[in-house]
Design a protein around this ligand. Sequence first.
Ligand SMILES: C[S@@+](CC[C@H](N)C(=O)[O-])C[C@H]1O[C@@H](n2cnc3c(N)ncnc32)[C@H](O)[C@@H]1O
Ligand code: SF4
Length: 375
Amino acid sequence: MSGIYIHIPFCKQACHYCNFHFSTSLRLKDEMINAICKEITLRKNYLANNILNSIYFGGGTPSLMNADDLSKIFETINKYFQWSPESEITLEANPDDVDNKKLKIFKTYGINRLSIGIQSFFDADLKWMNRAHNSKEALDSIKVAQGEGFSNISIDLIYGSPTTSDDMWKKNIELALESDVPHISSYCLTVEEKTALFHQIQHKKTTAPDLERANIQFDALIKSLTSAGFDHYEISNFAKKHHIAIHNTNYWKGQSYLGIGPSAHSYNGQSRSWNVANNKKYIDSINKEILPIETEFLTPSIRYNEYIMTGLRTMWGVNSDEISVLGDMYRVHFLSNIVKEIDSGLVHICDDQYVLTERGKYFADRIAMNLFFVN
Ligand SMILES: C[S@@+](CC[C@H](N)C(=O)[O-])C[C@H]1O[C@@H](n2cnc3c(N)ncnc32)[C@H](O)[C@@H]1O
Ligand code: SF4
């Protein structure tokens, strides 16, 4: 089974922390939708098997699409790929776009999972982040989606913002739990280069996030959500039974996926490729039937490092037999380096899987780097 990711590179306004690829000018939206359809056609043979268990509209802001846009995209997908109502069809929605009319359109096309970018239920956080929605719209969007019959809903929350006190964060968790959604993705605020936030911090116009406070908030998050029956199945992801995200789990478990649209990444087992992150260049190139793509063929060392990086972040961990498939030297390297993490209580072995302990979850990236194979 494989998945398709479709990147919709437009947003109403730029959130100060975000360095995903998007444009705040919607001038090229129609041309972009046509180019996306054309890219799907050009790459119809990329996956070995065209039976999809997931389609994911990410962004940018896919909820800016109208019925015409979705109709064109699904018509093209349906020409070349098979999927069923059991497939996971996710669309990332911003709270300010969520209304009954839009949701009915999404349902018509088979979208059965919404990922709503709440970030916070507090206006002080949302204003500081430069989000296009307010706290009331955040709460309402979830209720309206549930009212329209969407039960498979995920919400995104950000912790570690200098505007979020520990009490505000506890309230955010409480409101997330009260909203009764079965999936929560929660990210630690990161300061990315080339964002407004990065410049504001550099010019001392705002405060940088405090790592210690972020860790306290991550701790509160894990404790509250796991006590409420969520599985902490990946560092930033929590799900109730039967609601683990199929699309993201495909990524973490090394399944193939086709990424369509500017900046989208694809993976087919042998190589990884990524499209140009520029709307105009993307459209011009696709219109000439030239894929605006760069490709990296994966050596065993890259595969090993990727497996460690992604696998360790999940509740399934990593397995030394899977590492052996890449070559015995990787298994030897892994086994000799994992010992100190086990001795420090950061990793434990569970049914032959090496999994982060509760304490290890705070050091996932550092532990992975210590295990990397450097040629
Ligand atoms: C790229 S956005 C797309 C979703 C949608 N446009 C939205 O913002 O609601 C996906 C998620 O990434 C997270 N995110 C993006 N940049 C981040 C950053 N610098 N630090 C932490 N989380 C970030 C946000 O939670 C956001 O909802
Ligand atoms: S966080 Fe979402 S809405 Fe904000 S700029 Fe990034 S992609 Fe756009």
